[in-house]
Ligand binder design. Sequence first.
Ligand code: ADP
Ligand code: MG
Length: 686
Amino acid sequence: MDADTPISQLPGIGKYYFYKLKGLEIKTVEDLIYHLPFRYDDFAKIEKIQSVTPGQKLSIVGIVWQITNIRARSGKFITRATVADESGTIEVIWFNQPFLTKNIKAGMQISLAGKADLQGSRVILVSPTYEILRRRLGTPGGESNIHPGGALVHTARLVPVYPETEGITSRWLRAKIASVLPEYLRSQKDFIPYEILEKQKFIKLDKALHDIHFPNNFDEVEKATKRLSFDELFLIQLTTILRKQDWQKKRKAPAMKLDKEKISQFVESLPFKLTAAQKKAARQILFDLKKTTPQNRLLEGDVGSGKTVVAAIAAYVAYLNGFDTLLAAPTEILAFQHHQTLTEILSSWAVKIGIWTGSKKSAGNITCGTHALLSTFKQQRPIGLVIVDEQHRFGVAQRAKLFLRHNLRLTPHLLTMTATPIPRTLALTLYGDLDLSILDEMPQGRQKIATFVVPNLKRNNAYKFIEKQVFEGRQAFIITPFIEPSETMITVKAAKVEFGKLKDKFSKNISLGLLHGRLKSKEKEEIISKFRKNKIHILVTTPVVEVGIDIPNATVMMIESAERFGLAQLHQLRGRVGRGKHKSYCLLFTDSRSPGSYKRLKSMEKIYVGAELAEIDLKMRGPGEIFGLKQSGFINLKIANLSDHQMIARAQEEAKRIIEIDPILKSFPILKQKISKLSSAFAQPN
Ligand code: ADP
Ligand code: MG
């Protein structure tokens, strides 16, 4: 058995468990070993039965005197047992687990872990975890008998608790992991060079993996966590550095010329003046285009900071050099919008703007599109630049494909854009192979969008307010979380019912439209287009509008169940209004009564900087939630904490150093092997 042994080859794992484990993303022995506990129940204290007090979390060790199933009046099974040690006896009950009497028999010595409770005046143990120590009545056990080789996994220790799924309990996982761990650890060599371990004072890999699952105390958990977090961050850093090297060495991009005069003519033709941040970013991007090393840059900027026009400048330069550009957007709506924006600003310069989606296909000098660009686009001229908007929505593999597909002789320059306010350190960790440009300045005259967390009592006032805005010629969004990308027909039905109710709230003269992910793209387009033309006054929609759509006449953004969103996400939604000259508003509704969640939402009233809101969420909810990284498929951190800047810095430093010493890891074969395995998992091209 080694790391890559399929999980199905382990004893006791048939089809049922195979599929269940797959749901937990466990396919190999290594996946199982790296399925890490998210907390530990402290059942380390072994209490004498006589001294057990109610409410206490503890373990006891004793002999089973008797055990039986009884049927309660409700028809449910209750298993009752009496367990004794030399200090006394205690009653133990379990609910709905009649099979327990098959495993636990009178005469056995068992260890039980759980919480003591009071039944009448008697102290009992309710639904404890059990572990059988000896099958037959033996001599009353002293400590040494209880811990044969430290083999207890479920009781009398810090008990690991794992992410579970239906049919796979922590108990099951614990037992499986305990049974394969020793052999797995014997098959593994530590891939972190000894000098690093020494210098950073990290424990060895085998000890870390053992201790993270079966620690003796919390100090061991901490040391193991440190070591494994370092591993994770270090491997990511190293992979990205190597990928960057590779990218720069092996690939050649078209070196473009910058026709300063034409570029400034174009910039001056824009209906506004570029911000200093836009100028700086454009300069960085154009500078990259001059080189034969393909650009690989992330353009990060808050909603409304004006990324599109920066991208348009780069695309125009590509056009002037005789190269085509692809602009990939995560949704069809956005692709259409980009198409329109680019047409407005570029068509008078003889640039042909194309659109390439599931339903519409016409290629141009700059072709905006969706995933369809990956699968069906046929290039006519050489592609010099690929722009990916809202890149966290695209998996890395897809990004890779996007530029590989069109790679005949030259690799296009790659520019990715995101509104996700990822702090710089974090960005460098996640996207270490990218260069970074940040738009940290908003175009002048942007208004503050008045934001209110509205109590449910005032809901009707809110509808009145929206109505008034509409009568003044404005428009509104109402965001409901009822339909998500993977929605079923049942929820669509619920959404329609909800939509019907909403319609009744407004005057008959007001037209409402419903937009959700389940609509056909033609229908979506129609609704958006009607909304754009103010034929729909209120757009009721799922968060599909979150990314990018630009309707300057919309002045109200009302969000239902706001607590379900991350603050950065709410901020992005809010950024959909306040784009024109009219005063705009964001109304947040919540059903949650939790004070924490209310306080979190209240910060939307005071804070208008995406990065600051993200920082709050980072503290309150952890990084996965905020940055949408969970869905990204980009990175899936098991243990490292992305807010641990210090650990990130250590990993970065060591990764850089090792590459300096040995750029191809020649003298670190185990590390090299580990990295190449990881890289292929990232599905990156070489
Ligand atoms: P995002 O960064 O969210 O993609 P967009 O590129 O959609 O932002 O720009 C948002 C709006 O701001 C657009 O209507 C765009 O025309 C406008 N805009 C962009 N740059 C400027 C600027 N420098 N001054 C004024 N308005 C600008
Ligand atoms: Mg945008």
